[in-house]
Design a protein around this ligand. Structure first.
Ligand SMILES: Nc1ncnc2c1ncn2[C@@H]1O[C@H](COP(=O)(O)OP(=O)(O)O)[C@@H](O)[C@H]1O
Ligand SMILES: [Mg+2]
Length: 468
């Protein structure tokens, strides 16, 4: 069932039931009150008349016409009076009865002795319906019937009925219309959200619900803005994936192209064994570059998609030692020396994360520092205990990172000016950051340091990590 119809049915149904439950008792109550008012007036007047009877009537003579005093009636209302004798037979009636007064009390449905204060009765005179009271006037069944037309009460209750019916119909109709309007608005909002979701599913990442203020309800408004936000994020992720793939392909192409060139060259002319050996060595270095790139891509994919290694813990001393080993010792060909704190092997602190991952991150920082150092320069690894953990900083004496490059250095494949001079593909820092964040740590450039770059790894203490 459609949302709109469901809403209309529910709201209108509830309104109809609520109105009926309040109007029916109200109608019955007002009607009963009107009848009881009329009865009281009739009793009063009948009692007064009964006291004057003996002197004013003779059996067999018509009774005085006269008028009754009826509540809420402005016009004088003709009264209908009749007198019944000792055997409850009609003795005399007013002319208003036109000779049709009930012949006995039994004809009025009264078969038993009357109560001393009388009884109210309904009777019909042809088309006219009357309301009357019967008062006892003697011990032998004598009685006085005093009645008036019921039309005032009936007119009043009919008017009341019409009024209540009108309110009922208008209220039910208005509620149905409002519910329909609300339902349509809500359904329209849901439709536009669903439409955008379908477009996105079909691959249109430019689709947006648009201005959330056009939505009818707070809930749909926040649903629309959440959906738009999600599509924007999705769009960013997809574009960055595309950029990544095109960069990766580009990076893979250059070593492959040079490998192809070397192969073509080797095939073009015959050489001696040493010549082939030299050609093979060159090809091997191209293959090594390809393997290194493939490994870096794999590492980056793992670092970015990996679940955080929350249970692993590592000794800071092991991390530093392993990073140095991978960075191939303390001194490189250009005489760049790497120094670490003297008592690092006895440093007792453990941090959160896997030793191999953190050593790989530190090694990438050291590699960069060595590459950017001047010949004979010094790369210093600093270890400082800070609030909540340990900071491993790598400081070099190179040119530092230009301010305009600083926001981009952690983006995959970004290489700053002069980055083409060495063989990195611009993945080192992205990998280092991914691995560090997976271990619950942070990696950042120290922006206050001047004269060379200072990269800082902040690693959390392992105190709350249970040994894996
Ligand atoms: N110690 C450093 N000194 C100067 N520039 C650096 C340093 N470390 C990183 N960079 C800059 O950041 C860029 C990205 O570094 P990285 O991700 O390791 O890629 P790659 O080393 O392959 O170029 C480098 O190209 C370089 O411009
Ligand atoms: Mg690098």
């Amino acid at each position: 069932m459609k949302l709109r119809n469901r809403l209309v049915a529910a709201v209108t149904g509830v309104t109809v039931v609520a109105l009926a439950l309040s109007f029916v008792p109200l109608y019955l109550l007002i009607r009963a009150l009107e009848i009881s008012d009329l009865d009281n007036a009739l009793f009063r007047q009948a009692t007064a008349l009964a006291q004057h009877l003996p002197g004013t009537y003779y059996a067999g003579h018509p009774l005085d016409e006269g008028h009754a005093d009826v509540p809420e009636s402005i016009d004088p209302t003709p009264r209908y009076t009749a007198i019944y004798g000792p055997d409850t037979r009609l003795e005399s009636a007013s002319e208003s009865f036109a000779g049709q007064a009930p012949a006995s009390l039994a004809a009025l449905g009264l078969r038993r002795a009357l109560p001393w204060d009388g009884v109210a009765v309904d009777l019909e005179l042809g088309e006219t319906r009357l309301r009357g009271v019967v008062m006892p006037t003697g011990d032998q069944g004598e009685a006085l019937l005093y009645a008036v037309s019921k039309s005032t009460v009936e007119d009043d209750t009919a008017t009341l009925f019409e009024l209540l019916l009108l309110i009922f119909v208008c209220a039910a109709g208005a509620t149905a219309l409002i519910a329909r309007w609300l339902g349509e608005r809500l359904a329209r909002d849901v439709h536009s959200v669903a439409h955008v979701a379908r477009l996105v599913a079909e691959g249109d990442l430019a689709a947006r619900v648009g201005d959330p203020r056009a939505m009818g309800a707070d809930e749909t408004r926040s649903l629309a803005s959440d959906l738009d936000h999600m599509i924007s994020r999705l769009d960013e992720v997809v574009s960055s994936q595309r950029r990544f793939i095109s960069h990766a392909a580009h990076e893979l192409r250059s070593p492959l192209a040079s490998l192809r060139g070397e192969l073509q060259l080797a095939l073009r002319r015959d050489r001696d064994v040493d010549g082939y050996r030299a050609a093979l060595r060159e090809m091997l270095s191209s293959v090594d570059a390809l393997i290194a790139l493939a490994e870096d891509l794999l590492r980056l994919a793992r670092a970015q998609g990996g679940a955080p290694a929350t249970r692993a813990r590592a000794k800071v001393a092991d991390i530093v030692r392993e990073a140095l080993r991978m960075a191939r010792g303390h001194v490189d060909d250009r005489g760049v020396t790497i120094t670490v704190p003297p008592a690092i092997d006895e440093f007792p602190v453990e941090v959160r994360g896997a030793a191999a991952d953190l050593a790989r991150a530190l090694r990438n920082l050291i590699d960069n520092a060595v590459v950017h150092s001047p010949p004979g320069g010094e790369v210093r690894v600093e270890v400082v205990v800070v609030e909540g953990g340990v900071e491993l900083a790598v400081v070099d004496q190179g040119p530092g990172i230009p301010v305009e490059d600083q926001p981009h250095i952690f983006t995959p494949f970004f290489r700053g000016a002069g980055g083409e001079s060495h063989e990195g593909a611009g993945l080192g820092l992205s990998i280092a950051r991914g691995l560090t964040e997976n271990s619950g740590g942070r990696l950042a450039l120290d922006p206050r340091h001047t004269g060379g770059a200072r990269m800082v790894l902040h690693l959390a203490f392992a105190e709350n990590v249970s040994p894996a």
